[in-house]
Design a protein around this ligand. Structure first.
Ligand SMILES: Cc1cc2nc3c(=O)[nH]c(=O)nc-3n(C[C@H](O)[C@H](O)[C@H](O)COP(=O)(O)OP(=O)(O)OC[C@H]3O[C@@H](n4cnc5c(N)ncnc54)[C@H](O)[C@@H]3O)c2cc1C
Length: 298
């Protein structure tokens, strides 16, 4: 694939060839993407989607890359991140319409300032709205899916459709968007609850502080690596299996939070996957439980 081909399409936004995925993911790991495009608006996004469909090129839409482990070989195809016109936010009373490219933290601050409840416990999650919908971001018993009215998306034929909450099949860190890899979320409608601004802000700060105290947020990671099994906490099982601090190359099981793998500098995807496998084996041997990865390996 030639960069010139896509440049000819005159897409408004950024187009970069051989983009390092290290720069686009919170784990700071991954090879290059053939092309990285940040379409400015909906028509530009549609042009990229048509380009990929017509040339049978793989397409991956990302947010802040905070739940992704990109392989060292990189991504053969086009990686898309939504541009600034997908970061609009407006409210009519308790109903919020927000672009999928907006940072979740900006959305949370916006609604908290308006004294609206329902998202404050998600404070400190470093994703975008689109990524948080796809993975149904959750914390302290709150999840984004609970607040959704509907989601607007494009399919790979550029069909622009709105999908109501009941069809999104939200679950623990999952939604229909995790299976429909060629759908791109563009906008989300949420319904929040009226509350008192001071109360919402205080709950928000408490949630953010708790995260800062319990998670290694100053080091590159992708949040929790494994889902919590029904009966227990993955972090606890990993700790009990003696995996805290275990290391392969520069990938290390965090001592602060055993369900996090941190990149100590130059960790590769190979190191990280090897470490994930070792942790799973040890936990299985010590508890009989097979942990299911939460991290998405691309
Ligand atoms: C320090 C740290 C703490 C974290 N704490 C939590 C936590 O408490 N709770 C929690 O749930 N998660 C947590 N996470 C994980 C992560 O932040 C969330 O899953 C977040 O919602 C992912 O958003 P993102 O924009 O980074 O998505 P990405 O990682 O970029 O993508 C995730 C998935 O969403 C898809 N996607 C992204 N945008 C779109 C779009 N517009 N249309 C269609 N698909 C899209 C991608 O293809 C991918 O499948 C944490 C991560 C870190 C690094």
């Amino acid at each position: 694939m030639q960069i010139k081909e896509i440049e000819r399409l005159k897409i408004r936004g950024r187009v970069v060839a051989h983009q390092s995925m290290k720069e686009l993911t919170s784990l700071r790991i991954g090879g290059q993407a053939d092309l990285f495009v940040v379409p400015e608006g909906l028509e530009d996004l549609k042009t990229v989607i048509s380009f990929c469909r017509e040339r049978r090129v793989s397409f991956l839409v990302i947010g802040n890359g905070s739940k992704l482990l990109i392989r060292d070989e990189g991504f053969k195809g086009v990686v898309v991140k939504l541009g600034t016109s997908f970061t609009r936010i407006e409210n009519e009373g308790e109903e919020i319409t927000v672009g999928a490219g907006l940072d979740l933290s900006t959305l949370i601050d916006f609604v908290a300032e308006k004294g609206l409840r329902g998202l404050e416990l998600l404070a400190g999650i470093p994703g975008t709205v689109g990524g948080a919908i796809t993975r149904n971001a959750s914390a302290f018993g709150q999840d984004l899916g609970q607040r959704v009215i509907s989601v607007r998306a494009l399919d790979n034929n550029n069909g622009d459709f709105t999908i109501p909450k009941k069809d999104i099949l939200f679950g623990y860190r999952t939604s229909i968007f995790l299976r429909k890899r060629d759908w791109t979320i563009t906008e989300v409608k949420l319904a929040l609850c009226p509350g008192k601004k001071e109360d919402v802000l205080s709950r928000l700060r408490e949630a953010r502080d708790k995260k800062m105290m319990t998670q290694p947020i100053s080091l590159p990671s992708a949040g929790c690596v494994f889902k919590n099994p029904a009966s227990s906490s993955a972090g606890l099982l990993i700790q009990r299996a003696g995996c805290s601090g275990m290391r392969v190359g520069d990938a290390q099981v965090s001592i602060q939070h055993a369900n996090f793998i941190i990149n100590k500098g130059n960790a590769t995807a190979r190191d990280t996957i090897r470490l994930i496998d070792m942790v799973r084996e040890r936990v299985k041997a010590s508890s009989g439980i097979t942990l299911e990865p939460e991290l998405e390996i691309i």
